[in-house]
Design a protein around this ligand. Sequence first.
Ligand code: UDP
Length: 334
Amino acid sequence: MSAVLVTGGAGYIGSHAVKALQAAGHTVVVLDNLSAGHRAAVGDTRLIEADVRDTPSVRAALRTHDIRAVMHFAALLSVGDSVTDPATYYDCNVRGSLALLDAMVAEGVDRFVLSSTCAVYGDRVATPIDEAHPTAPINAYGDTKLAVERALLHYGRAYGLRSVALRYFNAAGADADGEIGEDHAPEIHLIPRAIAAARGGAPLKIFGDDYPTADGTCERDYVHVSDLASGHLRALAALEVSATSDADEVSRVFNLGTGRPHSVREVVRAVERVSGLSVPTLPASRRVGDPAVLFASGDRIRNDLGWRPAYTSLDAIVDTAWRWHETHPQGFGG
Ligand code: UDP
């Protein structure tokens, strides 16, 4: 039976997608260099330990496992690091993705789902942000993802590669069964850091409280990681049914967000409500590369692919993250 290759499948969002694919009956093969991912996140799914830039290994994986579609999560993800070390980001995220696409073209695999990001939009000129919003990334991370989206358009037209790019807003929460969750080292994201602060760790630094928002802190659209995973299943299903010759349809782009913005302070209060603990905070300077407000219009993916988030409240999302961190204080290490 043909399989789906999930690059970065040992990572946070990738591992939730693997679980959702398997629950829907797909055979899955993971390709991950384990630089940030965790073997334990993959369970007994077949894991090929390789980098996407390792073309012989990727081509062998595509051939050996009869891969019919690729979901590509393997990438570097820190906005801040991308600003200080863009070379590493272009190498991994752009060169890595192009190497993967070239391997797919060479092996005749023509369905591709890209893990993209709302960082492609940069500072918003209108909210909510729909897919027609101008793309103008203000950090190298967003720029690397946009570069791959652009390549997909041309690979689609020239080589018949059909793709869906999913522009995630802020991935959050953990698997409801408690089997997998977020475990980054170092952890840079707001919700796990706020949880760590509630659990007695260092106070949470609030990166900027003088933004042009209601409470002065940045607003983001937090979407549950299992909802992101279900978005990938919808994207794959769309690629499996529509063999279109329309040049504009060969590479499609969708936002994946809930459409509701929450400020950093609102997240802090949600963690306090869910945990029953207080979250100590410290004011800190703005983080380079942070837009003030990012939240999605999810109309296109709702209308075209029928996707709806199952988690519609911030507290419900934070609750799954809280339970993961309570039961896995050392992440996948225990
Ligand atoms: N943030 C913060 N303190 C932290 C981590 C994040 O104030 O320790 C803020 C950050 O400036 C941004 C929001 O929380 O406005 C979400 O940041 P995160 O790193 O979770 O996701 P990003 O928006 O960068 O994808």
